[in-house]
Design a protein around this ligand. Structure first.
Ligand code: SAM
Length: 263
């Protein structure tokens, strides 16, 4: 087990007002105990689950994003533009193969997609699950969060087992290294301590293409390289982010020159 994976067995503290069912479930997965000073740990209390270290705390919090998704505001989001499909009827389906703390999934769900969110990191999965559960109890977010399903595990394998091709698949494998404010940077550093670097870009892209979505959307830094070197059909770019789009990626698989690492 490497250092980052070991850190996923971080201590859990249970505070006042913690939900009893959540406390029982989480204590089976994380060692309950008092963390050393500045040690990264999980804390469950009346406000939900948070990742805590050195006086900083990070929790999944969709209420912070309300102004971006409420009253049609989601239509201004680049991701919603990238995910706009013409002439497709019925409930739209999306797979967020790298869910993280679910911000992009929230935008997709606000745009009407039923989103299956896969997160492989134990701690990030728990933070995400907690955030979605709280959003379901928040009147302004309940309908949107009702379209978000959180699943624990590696999406590459899970996408191979999907019964029906989703309309879109979103890939965003790494948390961005650079952030504007020092506080955001500190909080992201906490989560980056848990992440394992994405060494399987090509496998992830291949698995996504094989799941036959109508469109594959890949989130990148504005000037970042294409994921696994695969050139998209087109990109939708903003100041902070770029969405690379590939229509019918399965039909184009023969044009991808992917180098799949061997185990
Ligand atoms: C950059 S974050 C995603 C942020 C997300 N788009 C958001 O809006 O919050 C990448 C996340 O993908 C997860 N991840 C990377 N590869 C994965 C895989 N193959 N299966 C499931 N999760 C994966 C990482 O653990 C990390 O939490």
């Amino acid at each position: 087990m490497n250092e980052k994976q070991a850190q996923n067995r971080i201590p859990l503290t249970i505070g006042e007002g913690a939900d009893e069912l959540a406390a029982a479930r989480l204590s089976e997965r994380f060692p309950v105990g008092q963390p050393a000073e500045d040690e990264l740990c999980l804390r469950l209390d009346g406000e939900g689950l948070a990742l805590v270290s050195g006086g900083q705390e990070l929790r999944g919090d969709f209420t912070r994003l309300l102004s971006r998704v409420q009253n049609g505001a989601w239509q201004r989001e680049l991701l919603a533009r990238a995910a706009k499909l013409k002439g497709v009827d019925g409930p739209l389906t999306a797979v967020d193969a790298t869910a993280g703390l679910g911000e992009d999934s929230l935008v997709l769900a606000a745009a009407g997609y039923c989103v299956r969110m896969y997160e492989r990191n134990d701690v990030i999965y728990e933070l995400l699950r907690d955030a979605v559960e709280r959003a379901r109890k928040t009147p302004e977010l309940a309908e949107i969060a009702g379209r978000m399903e959180v699943l624990h595990g590696d999406s590459a394998g899970a996408m191979a087992a999907l019964d029906t091709p989703p309309d879109i698949i979103l890939l965003d494998p790494m948390f961005p290294a650079r952030q504007k404010s020092a506080l955001v940077k500190k909080k992201l550093q906490m989560i980056q301590q848990l992440e394992t670097p994405c060494t399987d870009e090509a496998s992830l892209l291949l698995a996504a293409a094989k799941a036959k979505p109508r469109r594959l959307i890949i989130k990148r830094p504005p000037k970042g390289p294409f994921l696994a070197g695969v050139k998209p059909d087109y990109s939708i770019s903003g100041k902070a982010v770029r969405f690379d789009c590939i229509a019918d990626p399965f039909g184009k698989l023969h044009t991808f020159k992917l180098e799949i690492p061997t185990e």
